[in-house]
Design a protein around this ligand. Structure first.
Ligand SMILES: [Zn+2]
Ligand SMILES: [Zn+2]
Length: 387
């Protein structure tokens, strides 16, 4: 049996174990930075197999790293495992399962592996930017290429992930009795509402495929008090980090104008910012080749395909990376973050796709360590893109 068959066979052998682990994650959804159950479960599964694991990297309690192999290039496989307030509606239990199974597959050939594999446990993709903290604190130092795969209602080897800035805007006015002495008050809620109207008026001028969406997180304290404090949050997304910053800057101007006209004071802060995804075409081609050999054709999403944002974007600006999507629901019937996607993420269809994708990731990682020319081509492409 050749090495590639051995990798796939090891993944088949751990199939039931990994599916039950992924299901357990699904049963215990944890919000960003709170993924203690997930971190324990995954690191225990690795240690059971004799793998060494480091936890709490870069001050993130729920991060982990498991590395093995020999001298040669280092390939990172990333696991996400955080959930949203409506449960595993982004299917990160499947991302973790695929990454774990791929790692187990590659570990089965550790003796003849001409390089190193790192399984990186990355917390808080949903708005916490765990990968960015790990990257900035050196957790990815020495990694030559990085990969992960995300569930979706479609099968794509690469998607145009948007750059994103998440802003919080706070207005402070002056409380007063809303009926007896409203003239003494300064209405912070009016400033929030004006900000929304101004942003809506500015939308016309944003670039195609930009997305701007906001919520009011504090709209006042009591109906009979002029709101002294009001807060809102906006997400500004665009095809490039520069355009996302242009939109964020316009939102801040809208808030400043609202403060001026209402007399409230304003503060803005950036809660997090994600870069757009640069999918490395050389590695994407390798993934497509391996996926097809496993029986599933996949290709790049057509330009204009609607997507979200991810902290994998920041990794892709630092290291040649891929972020393929794998299909677990019929297109248009249920997409990430919808309630229906919670059930899709715990279905037989999803688990079959997870195991298939684990093989495609593992074989792609193996190709990169075993074929120096392929990795060199990926790096040359990365260098050219950065220019
Ligand atoms: Zn998500
Ligand atoms: Zn997600």
């Amino acid at each position: 049996m050749d090495t590639r068959e051995q990798i796939c066979q090891a993944i088949d052998s751990c199939r039931e174990r990994v599916i039950s682990l992924s299901h357990e994650l699904h049963e215990h959804p944890e919000l960003k930075f709170q993924e203690h159950f997930a971190c324990d479960l995954l690191t225990r599964a690795l240690r059971e197999r004799g793998l060494g694991v480091e936890v709490s990297l870069a001050g993130l309690d729920t991060s982990f790293r498991c590395a093995f192999g020999n001298s040669g290039p280092t390939i990172a496989i990333l696991a996400e495992y955080d959930a949203l307030p409506n449960g595993h509606s982004c299917g990160h239990n499947l991302i973790a399962g695929a990454a774990l199974a791929a790692t187990i597959g590659l570990y089965s050939v550790v003796q003849e592996l001409p390089g190193r594999i790192v399984l990186m446990g990355t917390p808080a993709e949903e708005g916490g930017g765990g990968k960015i903290t790990l990257l900035n604190n050196g957790a990815f130092d020495g990694v030559d290429a990085a990969m992960m795969a995300h569930p979706a209602d479609c099968e794509y080897s690469a998607i145009p992930v948007l750059a994103m800035q998440h802003l919080r805007i706070t207005f402070r006015g002056r409380a007063a009795h809303a009926a007896a002495a409203p003239w003494n008050g300064i209405n912070a809620l009016s400033a929030v509402l004006q900000t929304f109207h101004s942003v809506d008026a500015a939308r016309l001028h944003f670039r195609d495929l930009s997305r701007v969406h906001g919520i009011i997180t504090n709209g006042g304290q009591a109906v009979n008090i002029v709101p002294q404090l009001a807060q809102c949050e906006f997400s500004a997304r665009a095809l490039t980090a520069r355009h996302a910053e242009e939109i964020a800057s316009r939102i801040r101007q809208c808030a400043d104008a609202a403060a001026l006209s209402t007399g409230a004071s304003v503060e803005h802060e950036t809660i997090c910012a994600y870069k757009n995804m640069i999918s490395n075409r050389t590695i994407v081609r390798a993934y497509e080749r391996n996926s097809l050999a496993l029986g599933t054709a996949t290709h790049e999403a057509p330009p204009g395909t609607p997507t979200g944002s991810t902290d994998m974007g920041d990794i892709s600006h630092a290291i040649p990376s891929i972020h393929p999507m794998f299909q677990i629901s019929n297109q248009g019937e249920g997409t990430c973050h919808e309630d229906s996607f919670v059930a899709y993420s715990d279905s037989d269809r999803a688990y079959a796709a997870m195991v298939r994708v684990a093989k495609a990731l593992a074989l792609t990682a193996y190709d990169l360590v075993a074929n120096p020319q392929e990795l060199a081509a990926a790096k040359a492409e990365f260098a050219a893109t950065r220019k």
